[in-house]
Ligand binder design. Sequence first.
Ligand code: XIL
Length: 325
Amino acid sequence: TAVDQVIRHKAAFNVGAAVTRNELNSASYANTLKTHYSQITAEYEMKMAHIWNGVNNYNWTNADALVKFAEDNDMEVHGHTLVWYKSFPNWFKNANYDSASFEGHVKTYIETVVGRYKGKIISWDVANEIFLDNGGLRSTDCPVFKTFKDPVAFYGRCYRYAREADPEAKLFYNDYNVVLAGGKRGAMRSMATRFKSEGYPLDGIGDQMHYMETTNRNTIKNGLADMALTGLLIHISELDIRINTGQSDNFVYSTTEQQKHANAYKEIVEAYEAIPQSQKFAISTWGLHDGSTWLTDWWHPKEYPLLFDDKFEKKLTYEGFLNGL
Ligand code: XIL
């Protein structure tokens, strides 16, 4: 039936996309999103630097609008992200708080944000990107590392604050290269074990999966299976696949390239399907259409990483995703 040809209906888990408040003003954007996806993640509007303008000074405008859109259209919201080294606001960093004040303010922040969306946001990335690929803790530019003797215990308490603010929300740890870097995966597993023995809540782990068409698919498949051995929920949280891997301005997105690309999507979805059904949570793409992607904006020439083209037409990658289900 036609319904089986729509990813959000065919999938036995949520299919998400990272979105921005601004783009929802476009009717084609909004229609494409609600037709094909069942979940959204704010690309940046729920990060600390965008919400937290000062102690007792919160800007809810964009986050509220995204949550309202999801409510109006029968979609879930995945919250991203409460504590990320890159998103501490400048006013907070400049204050140079001692560990007690640092934690007191972050606790209030978590309680305020998670509490506001209690029952409306089904899951949160509490901590994002705290480990290096080799399994060490990120130290450079990380305010948490600089403030606490035992940063992992601080993160553990953040999970506890989030749990207390909304006991129903699923709490995730999110990072990149989880399936590709055994060292990082090992560090995450140790953290999960420690959290369990010390009573810090953790429900799931997310792997961003900002990939290239050339990323080895066996490694992805084996890494996902290994992640699943934790018994936690598994989220593919920020999937996009670069095809212009040579970063060339003369790249041609030919039919052959599109087919290769579709196959990459298909095999990643298949690898996700291979983990136990009870651990599947969602696959979320990092953006909706090729006309707007952080890859083009940030450091690459034109890229084509998503399931829809600049005109919101379905691409072969969409068929690849669908066929992987
Ligand atoms: C990126 C967004 O796409 C940009 O628009 C933003 O300004 C910076 O962050 N890992 C993450 C995401 O967890 O939050 C990042 O998103 C991409 C890498």
